[in-house]
Design a protein around this ligand. Structure first.
Ligand code: GAR
Length: 226
């Protein structure tokens, strides 16, 4: 009974009026993926734990038909779509993405292991609405050619003692947009690219990506991001 009362009170608080207008409750989020989707899973788990208060994942879009991330989305009963790049111009590919994003009224786009470069036209269209997770402490080991395991290979080759992950807004410069959150991870002497990748995911990416998503959605609802 008490729980029910507290829940109703929470709901009422979240629907409170601002400047005479009813505040929108959640922001529609689309997640773009290409592979295994462990970062998508982190967002799904964060949502299931009741922590994504300001956003709702409404669609997962993959550029690869066989991405395991699609299975993760289906398991969580999230709508999926596939937009293939092969045989299309960049503009045609992005028109396909835009059609899927508009069909679900996406307001925020998360790049969660999405291995495609997006044009300036696309990033301008969704200015301050696209976030990306990158597996290093930007500005180290980032930009064109630095993705997935290659990032960790470069970090180990350089001999850095600390690496980590970054979540940032996406603009036309690969990994060049404003930083939202970063988390450092220690490199161990016996690390291989694979062990380092796993630890950076567990200790950094899976934490800061969902937390950044909640922050961005909350700021959109508050009108702090236009
Ligand atoms: C993650 O490590 C992500 O940071 C990286 O790809 C992996 C995707 O894993 N992204 C990039 O390198 C982008 N530059 P996931 O599919 O299991 O989330």
């Amino acid at each position: 009974m008490l729980t029910l009362w507290v829940k109703s009170l929470n709901l009422l608080t979240r629907l409170k009026f601002a400047n005479g207008e009813r505040m929108k409750k959640t922001v529609n989020v689309a997640v773009l993926v290409s592979g295994g989707g462990t970062n998508l899973q982190a967002i799904i788990d964060f949502t299931a734990a009741g922590n994504l208060e300001s956003g709702k994942v409404v669609k997962v879009i993959s550029n690869k038909q066989d991405a395991y991330a699609l299975q993760r989305a289906q398991n969580a009963e999230i709508e999926t779509a596939v937009v293939i790049k092969k045989g299309k111009t960049q503009q045609e590919f992005e028109q396909g993405l835009i059609a899927e994003l508009e069909a679900c009224n996406a307001e925020v786009i998360v790049l969660a292991g999405f291995m495609c470069i997006l044009s300036k036209d696309f990033t301008d269209r969704y200015k301050d609405r696209i976030i990306n997770v990158h597996p290093s402490l930007i500005p180290s080991f980032c930009g064109e050619g630095f993705y997935g395991l290659k990032v960790h290979e470069a970090a180990l080759a350089k001999g850095v003692k600390v690496t980590g992950a970054t979540v940032h807004f996406v603009n036309e410069i690969p990994d060049g947009g404003k930083i939202i959150m970063q988390k450092a991870v220690k490199v161990k002497e016996k690390d291989t690219p694979e062990t380092l990748q796993k630890r950076v995911m567990q200790e950094a990416e899976w934490k800061i990506l969902p937390a950044s998503l909640e922050l961005v959605c909350k700021n959109i609802l508050k009108g702090e991001i236009k």
